[in-house]
Design a binder for this molecule. Sequence first.
Ligand SMILES: NC(=O)c1ccc[n+]([C@@H]2O[C@H](COP(=O)([O-])OP(=O)(O)OC[C@H]3O[C@@H](n4cnc5c(N)ncnc54)[C@H](O)[C@@H]3O)[C@@H](O)[C@H]2O)c1
Length: 325
Amino acid sequence: MSAAERFLVTGSMGCIGAWVIRQLVAEGVEVIATDLATDPVRPRLLMDQKALASVDWQPLDVTDTDAVQSLAKSKEINRIVHLAGLQIPFCKANPPGGAAVNVIGTINILEAARHNGVNGLAYASSAAAFGPPDMYKETPIPDSAPLASSNLYGVYKLANEESARVYWQDWQVPSVGLRPYNVYGVGRDQGLTSDIAKSILATAAGQPYNIRYRGDVTLQHAKDVAAIFIACARSGLQGAQVCNLRNDVTTVENFIAALKAVEPAAEVTCSGDVLPFAYDFDDAGLKGLLGEVPHTSMPDAIREDLALYRQLIDANGIDMTQLER
Ligand SMILES: NC(=O)c1ccc[n+]([C@@H]2O[C@H](COP(=O)([O-])OP(=O)(O)OC[C@H]3O[C@@H](n4cnc5c(N)ncnc54)[C@H](O)[C@@H]3O)[C@@H](O)[C@H]2O)c1
């Protein structure tokens, strides 16, 4: 860690963003935490008042080119973790809005990196940029396998990967794109795949829960994903690389078994369809970049989440209505 690091984090009120801020603050790194939202609901789940107060919170709409540029300049940013984005259902409900945030927002971040000498940018792509599982005969699926998303969200992410490639080619802006699959952990409270995280919250509260999909999944804990984003922003890579994430290639049924092994009283079931996404990814590219990929074992992650959820429930510090969504 260099003392001169100044991180800009976009989407810092989101699930992964909250974990990124938490790690950077714990390391004593200067962090400018930005989002459209201004109430740090998710960071508050993970950080105490003192830690929250040490963050430079700045409202920022990533679709606003001038605002992104002037913030990066005035704060002398030299690293960026770019997470702001709209998820699959929001992009489907509002395609121009989704394109504005996910595509133009990312162009604005690449521009900010280009004009402010940022020497480490990690941005969120997604495994949803890949096509359906039957498209890939070679598994685990390498970083270079063809992308063919069946939803607009994935198409926007694909566009971002290509934009980043051209920013390196034309202006030598270095970047690492990361493709998470199903992120779980405290703070993961929205989107279809958030049911894994919610099942741990329900178990901590002594409530039954049904996960609304089954079968093959890849699970990545938010703490590990945050550590991966930060490490990639620090990697010193000269180029534009995009990396798959792996960690736990498993099934929903195996996750439930692991949860019950940690907490035998858990009453968690699953039903519905298998997720229509390719799931078995090779993370050799990420290992090559980082050496070692942060990976908390599923039982340890479940144990840590149960403990944190219980603390939050006891302190009346978490919105339990998320279990009804
Ligand atoms: N969670 C996952 O399983 C997963 C999987 C693959 C990829 N990703 C990607 O990782 C990134 C972070 O995911 P997350 O789960 O933390 O998402 P999230 O939905 O919890 O957070 C996204 C954040 O972006 C902010 N945002 C939306 N529009 C904005 C705008 N115009 N300007 C600034 N901020 C804006 C939102 O307020 C929110 O706080 C996203 O880009 C997402 O597409 C997530």
